[in-house]
Design a binder for this molecule. Structure first.
Ligand SMILES: [Zn+2]
Length: 190
C-alpha cells in the first residue's frame, strides 16, 4: 500500500488481525470507516476505546463484566439454586438473550486452569441444586461433563445438559435462537 497512507495502512493491518477478517475485507472496512461513513468510524473508535478499558472478566463466574463482579453474580434474585456451566463468556450473552434462564453461571474455558475448589465453595454458599451443562455436544464435552460429574459426585446435585436441537461439534453462537431456546427448555437429566 502507498507509503504515505501510514494511518490508513495501520488500520487495515489492525483490522485484518481480527478473527475471520482477511486483507480484502479489512481494506473495505477501513475505507467505509475513514471515507464513506466518518461518523460511524469515529463512533466505533470511541466505542472500542471505552469497551476495551472497561470490560473484564467477573472474578466469580468468569463472564464479561464492567466491574470486578458482574451484574448476575451481584443480583440476589439470580440465586435460585441453578448453575449453568458454559465453555466461553460469550455463551452467557447468548443464553441471557433467550430470557429463559434466571440462575447463575460459571465459565469453564480450560479444565487445566479451572479452580474446582472455588466452584465447590460457590455450590455450597449459593445453595446450588442443579448444574446445567450448556456445552455444544461433542466427544470432548462428553469427557468434560463426565469428569466434572465425577469431581462433584460427593455433593447432592442434579446434573442436566442442553440437548435437543443442538447439533454436534457446532459452537453455541452458530445455533439459531429458537433451537438454543428449545435445547435449554428440554434439557435432559444426566
Ligand atoms: Zn459473575
Amino acid at each position: 500500500m502507498d507509503k504515505q497512507l501510514t494511518s490508513f495502512s495501520n488500520l487495515v493491518d489492525a483490522l485484518s488481525k481480527l478473527p475471520s477478517i482477511g486483507k480484502k475485507s479489512a481494506l473495505k472496512m477501513a475505507y467505509t470507516l475513514c471515507i464513506d461513513d466518518i461518523a460511524l468510524g469515529l463512533n466505533i473508535a470511541e466505542s472500542i476505546n471505552e469497551a476495551v478499558r472497561s470490560t473484564s472478566k467477573c472474578s466469580i463466574c468468569g463472564g464479561l463484566s464492567e466491574g470486578e463482579i458482574c451484574h448476575i453474580c451481584i443480583d440476589s434474585l439470580r440465586s435460585n439454586g441453578k448453575l449453568c456451566i458454559v465453555s466461553h463468556p460469550k455463551d452467557i450473552l447468548l443464553i441471557e438473550g433467550l430470557k429463559e434462564f434466571f440462575g447463575r453461571y460459571c465459565v469453564l474455558e480450560s479444565i487445566k486452569d479451572f479452580d474446582f475448589e472455588s466452584l465447590i465453595k460457590r455450590i455450597n454458599e449459593e445453595k446450588i441444586e442443579e448444574i446445567i451443562f450448556a456445552f455444544s455436544p461433542s466427544l470432548s464435552s462428553d469427557v468434560l461433563i463426565t469428569h466434572l460429574q465425577d469431581k462433584l459426585s460427593h455433593l447432592n446435585l442434579k446434573f442436566t445438559r442442553i440437548a435437543q436441537g443442538v447439533p454436534s461439534n457446532v459452537n453455541l453462537d452458530n445455533i439459531d435462537h429458537f433451537s438454543l431456546s428449545k435445547a435449554f427448555m428440554y434439557r435432559v437429566d444426566l
